[in-house]
Ligand binder design. Structure first.
Ligand code: ARG
Ligand code: ZN
Length: 874
């Protein structure tokens, strides 16, 4: 470790406990952008007002990539001794209590590969300011609790940049000399700098409108590259559905006359909720049946909704400081989940969300990067846009919703918005509003915000003379900086089935209450005991319905009881989880060398496959085995190769045992014309799961190839392509090349082409991935491309990433360093898998730590990457 001390973090840790209100408020800012490919000149005129009686100097945030050209206070140019500029701040030593500061900065957007602040993407200018990008545009108090009114003038060459956009309403436009033109935008709502946005470029526009509940006409525009206009319908339809849904479910209406969305192909995240001007990653706007899968369509709808819902939860009511990020993100993820549930299938959406939470958040919570939903400190805030802040944050909101019910929750939301509209507030303010509306005491519940780690419930069920006793022990393992955990307050939904599989509601004593078919149990103490009376002979309990709390849960149900739940439970999550657990039991005993003789899972699989009554999409879920990563989370010592082998063996066994029926049902489903309605999506989902089983049978190649060649939509084509890539079919490479040739000009489709290869189950995947980095279409500068290859491989392909010898780790380390030279934020997002060495064998453990050290010893590594590597190595 000695060598590491030569390169300490440049940035200091920032602590929640140190929060101080700003010394100056800003009432108004007027910005003028003169944009050219050789550079951009930004003139900022800001009206400051002193906040305290102190005589503090004016300290403004600023980045190292801009040049200060001039500075005046109330019209008087400042003498050089009157101010100091550093790499991170501009200090004006003495200022009056109120004044107008005029600052001119020069930026270089074309060479901005960090994609933060003002940058260039595919010939267009755009901005990304959350969390701290505005400081790379001009000197400013770049913190979310400073709210100001913005006026923005944009000047650019008319022919190259016909579209000029910013927040709010367009109040003027016109032409200038030299082929330039300008537009002026005014946003009437005071906002923090992170919600500022600007776009200048050449786009095609899909135009529509929406009439709000109170009758206001809102102009809707989606700006995309001219060739992509035909792929913007679904985004527009999703936007209109979002607007209607927020009115109906939360009584929240849109508040400006215009709503603009722009799609750009170089973007660090999914999308950004800038007031009135959302900037999106093309991945979450563009979709057509030929180029997007059913899952892609659903993601477009979800992200369009998410950014729209931010208009109230994030923009109108914003965060006091970045420790409160989950105030807007957790709540808005909850809202987009509810929206999607209402648009399609609530139960299937819940399964998707649980899977994502376990895959990303549970892994995060069990490793060195674990942090609370409301973190207490950070070096680089961009490193805290995590599954914990977003997805666990949404689960925390959902638990409050479960504890108080939808109606009361709505009252709490009304209270929250009513109290805090136009202000920058904290997670605490949200919880207080919920307490005030419900009368619940959420004191203990607040631990969900401050304690990291995934709680573990152990449920023991005993039955005698018709009384069922439930003993529930909760615990939570230590996480970095938090050795001891207090017990959480959480809702646990349970239900009962009689021996025929019908729902029953046996009497419950104190501490539980029946809500329709499920009983809400509130857990608070390390051990809770509940009793159900008059439980009939042969009844089976269904636990953790709806995944009512983000916890791991173990119980003493038998294989037989799980198979029963898998067949009859009316709660989709509990039914699916029973299948997952049954399959996991079989795996784990096989991985540990003890094959199960009675094959309870195989029988249940056989039964589910022949179930023609249940929604085909849900049948598909029941037939999908737990992923290698899921299985890995259940092992004391992680054995990626062993898991992979046993899982493949079981797939083959199930396929061969059921071959005829698989083919029969597949063939029946593989008919009809393409449609995007729910029934068709469900059928495709099942059909493609069946094809995956068929693909490992001797006649598999024919089926896969036929589907690949005949497919008239991307869902079917990709499903077949993935199976081809896994296989060693004769013409595998030829078809893969053919796909590339056909789609090489569509970036989002080529991303998929990289991903399927990164996800290959073959043993030569690492070599393949290494070669793909050299492919002319690979780029270290485009985040989507980097993620499609590098993240897919390292985060989702457990067996390949952990291949013995450490080639996967060295590959990832090299990618991190290469990407970091262009784009620290995106590089930092790649680090996490290298920190998950705790449960591996000693050799792998050492190789992973070596890779982290290798990164840390590189000169010029970013603070973003350094913060995560240092935490990961500990
Ligand atoms: N607020 C955006 C969203 O969740 C995320 C943007 C964050 N960007 C960043 N570079 N950290 O909708
Ligand atoms: Zn968000």
């Amino acid at each position: 470790m000695d060598a590491l001390e030569a390169t300490p973090a440049i940035k200091q840790e920032i602590f929640l406990k140190d929060y101080q209100p700003p010394h100056f408020w800003v009432d108004e800012i007027s910005l003028c952008f003169n944009l050219g490919e050789k550079g951009a000149r930004v003139t900022a005129e800001t009206k400051f007002r002193r906040n305290s009686k102190t005589d503090n100097a004016l300290v403004l945030d600023g980045g190292p990539y801009m040049a200060l050209e001039s500075i005046t206070v109330d019209g008087t140019p400042l003498d050089e001794r009157a101010y100091t500029v550093s790499a991170t701040a501009l200090t004006v030593h003495s200022v009056p209590d109120q004044f107008l500061l005029k600052v001119v900065t020069k930026l270089d957007p074309v060479n901005n590969t960090r994609l933060e602040g003002l940058y260039h993407s595919s010939g267009n200018f755009c901005t990304q300011c959350e969390a701290q990008g505005f400081r790379h545009i001009t000197y400013y108090p770049d913190r979310p609790d400073v709210l100001a009114k913005y006026t923005v003038r944009i000047e650019a060459e008319q022919s190259k940049f016909p579209v000029l956009l910013s927040n709010g309403n367009r109040v003027a436009e016109g032409s200038m000399s030299g082929g330039y033109h300008y537009a002026v935008w005014e946003d009437p709502y005071p906002k923090p700098s992170y919600l500022f946005a600007l776009v200048a470029g050449d786009f095609a526009c899909r135009n529509d409108h929406f009439v709000t509940a109170s009758g206001k006409h809102v102009e809707l525009n989606i700006y995309v590259a001219p060739d992509d206009l035909n792929k913007s319908d679904y985004a527009m339809a999703s936007l209109k559905r979002s607007m209607k849904w927020d009115e109906e479910v939360f009584g929240l209406e849109y508040d400006l006359d215009i709503y603009n969305i722009v799609a750009v192909s170089d973007f660090n995240m999914g999308a950004m909720e800038n007031k009135g001007l959302n900037v999106f990653n093309t991945k979450y706007v563009l979709a057509s049946p030929e180029t997007a899968t059913d899952a892609d369509f659903s993601h477009v709808e979800g992200v369009i909704g998410h950014e729209y819902f931010h208009n109230w939860t994030g923009n109108r009511v914003t965060c006091r400081d970045w420790f409160q990020l989950s105030l807007k993100e957790g709540l808005t993820v909850f809202r987009d989940q509810e929206f999607t549930s209402d648009m399609a299938s609530r139960s299937l959406k819940r399964l998707d969300d649980v899977r994502i939470l376990r895959l990303l958040q549970f892994t995060e919570d069990s490793g060195p990067l674990a942090h609370p939903v409301r973190p207490e400190k950070y070096v680089e805030i961009n490193n805290f846009y995590t599954a914990t802040v977003y997805n666990k944050g949404a689960e925390v909101i959902r638990m409050m919703h479960t504890l108080m019910g939808a109606e009361t929750f709505r009252k709490g939301m009304d209270l929250y918005i009513g109290r805090h509209d136009g202000h920058a507030v904290t997670c605490e303010d949200f919880v207080v509003a919920m307490e005030d509306a419900s009368g619940l005491d959420l004191k203990q519940f607040r631990l969900w915000y401050s304690q990291a780690g995934t709680p573990h419930l152990k449920v023991n069920i005993t039955c005698s003379h018709g009384t069922a006793k439930l003993t529930i022990d909760q615990s939570c393992k230590p996480t970095p900086g938090q050795p001891d955990k207090k017990p959480y307050h959480m809702p646990l939904l349970v239900g009962w089935l009689d021996s025929a599989g019908n729902p029953i509601c046996p009497n419950i004593g104190a501490g539980g209450k029946w809500l329709k078919e499920s009983c809400l149990l509130e857990l608070k103490s390390p051990r809770e005991v509940f009793e159900f009376m008059d439980v009939p002979e042969g009844a089976v309990i269904s636990l953790h319905r709806q995944f009512s709390a983000p916890v791991k849960l173990d119980h003493n149900l038998s294989d037989k009881e799980l198979a029963f739940l898998m067949a009859y439970d009316s709660d989709a999550y509990a039914r699916w989880e029973a299948a997952q657990q049954l399959a996991s039991r079989q795996f784990l005993s096989e991985v540990n060398g003890k094959p199960l003789i009675d094959g309870a899972f195989e029988k249940a699989f056989h039964f589910a496959l022949r179930d023609e009554e249940t929604d085909p999409a849900f049948v598909a879920e029941l037939l999908t085995l737990p992923s290698e990563i899921d299985l890995g989370q259940k092992m004391q010592t992680l054995d990626p190769a062993g898991i992979h082998q046993v899982r493949e063996k079981l797939i083959k066994k199930l396929a061969l045992e059921n071959k005829e029926y698989l083919i029969k049902r597949y063939t029946k489903l593989n008919t009809g014309v393409y449609s995007l309605d729910q029934t068709s999506v469900a059928k495709r989902r099942l059909k493609n799961i069946l094809l995956a089983y068929i693909s490992v049978c001797p006649e598999g190649a024919t089926y896969v190839e036929t589907q690949f060649k005949a497919a008239d939509n991307m869902t079917d084509r990709m499903a077949a392509l993935q199976l081809l890539v896994h296989s060693d079919y004769e013409n595998r490479q030829e078809l893969l090349n053919g796909f590339y040739e056909t789609w090489h000009s569509n970036a989002l489709v080529i991303d998929k082409w990289f991903s399927v290869q990164a996800l290959s189950k073959r043993s030569d995947t690492v070599e393949m991935v290494l070669k793909l980095v050299e492919h002319p279409s690979f780029s270290f500068k485009n985040p989507n491309r980097v993620r499609s290859l590098v993240s897919a491989f390292s985060m989702l392909n457990q067996a390949a990433f952990h291949i013995s010898g450490g080639a996967g780790y060295r590959f990832l380390a090299e990618m991190i360093v290469k990407v970091d030279a262009y784009n620290p934020q995106t590089a930092a997002k790649l680090v996490a898998p290298l920190g998950r060495w705790q449960r591996l064998n000693a050799v792998a453990m050492r190789q992973m730590q070596e890779s982290l050290k290798w990164i840390l010893n590189k000169p010029n590594i970013s603070d973003d990457v350094r913060e995560l590597c240092l935490k990961s190595i500990e």
